[in-house]
Design a protein around this ligand. Structure first.
Ligand SMILES: [Zn+2]
Length: 295
């Protein structure tokens, strides 16, 4: 009997020696904005993976083989929700039956949601450009992570940074004269931004990029640019620039003076070295680009 106990002890010790470090808890996020936030708030016992890299359009994103591997090896998944991840919705719901899937959008109170249609059937998922609302969503995610015994020691300080960012954005946009405060982009990613900081927002496509834009939309945009004396329009990093270029070409044909004000990072973070590879950098880049073009 004693022999057996000693033998078992050796096996257990053997296992410990082969695996000295406990495995990290793996959190898999859909967007880079969520991944960046969580990387700032968790401790070193947690590994954070983002599925959607720079330039990725989340509305059209279909998980690759490696994304599916990450999802299946994840301990916890965090998604934006509100149908941002249109083509992953079914997969996320299915995985949600076996492991925690946290939807940031579920942390936003109904009264703060904007809709892409008059019937209020399609909520606008682009929460991240109202920094205060984004903080509300992160509060919800952090609380849900804490319930799963994930500690978030960096959150208080990250939240301070976000609150400062929110104030800064408000100040910068209010520095643009009221008649110039019109943001014309390829798709409706900036409605929350417009609502929060007082700028009119017009998108050539709707709140998803799934529906194509047409010649009629381009003509309407050119009419609007002429009527409102809009100085600049903006390209988005995760969407082909063709649509906005068509608008500028259409305006030029009618001798209307409008230029491309720059590229905005709308639905994905920027590549390394772009200055927009973090969420805070992304917002700063966008606001600086908008203010420089419209001032
Ligand atoms: Zn979008």
């Amino acid at each position: 009997m004693l022999k057996h106990i000693v033998f078992l002890g050796l096996i257990l010790m053997g296992c410990q020696a082969a695996d000295p470090k406990p495995e990290k808890v793996k959190i898999v996020c859909t967007t880079g904005m969520i991944g960046d936030a969580l990387a700032n708030v968790v401790d070193t016992t947690v590994q954070v993976v983002s599925l959607m890299g720079p330039g990725t359009d989340p509305h059209l994103f279909k998980p690759t083989k490696s994304s599916l591997d990450h999802l299946s090896s994840a301990d916890i998944i965090v998604a934006n929700g509100l149908h941002l991840e249109g083509r992953m919705q079914d997969i996320l719901e299915k995985i949600g039956r076996t492991k925690p899937v946290i939807f940031l959008g579920e942390g936003i109170e109904e009264q703060f949601l904007l809709y892409g249609d008059e019937a209020k059937q399609i909520p606008d998922p682009h929460l991240w450009f109202d920094v205060e609302l984004w903080v509300n969503g992160l509060d919800y995610v952090v609380e849900a992570l804490n319930k799963e015994s994930i500690s978030t020691p960096g959150y208080a300080s990250y939240k301070d940074d976000l609150n400062n960012l929110d104030t800064w954005v408000g100040e910068e946009i209010s520095g643009v004269s009221e008649e110039n405060r019109v943001l014309l982009t390829a798709h409706d990613a900036f409605a929350y931004f417009g609502e929060a900081y007082g700028i009119e927002v017009i998108g050539l496509q709707g709140i998803s990029t799934v529906a194509e834009y047409g010649i009629r939309d381009v003509t309407n945009m050119v009419d609007l640019i002429e009527a409102q004396g809009i100085k600049a329009v903006f390209v988005e990093s995760s969407i082909s620039s063709r649509s906005i270029e068509a608008v500028v070409a259409g305006a030029q044909k009618r001798n209307i003076d409008v230029s491309i004000g720059g590229t905005l990072y709308s639905d994905a973070l920027g590549p390394r070295g772009s200055g927009a590879e973090s969420y805070i950098g992304m917002v700063q880049h966008n606001v600086n680009t908008i203010v420089n073009a419209l001032r």
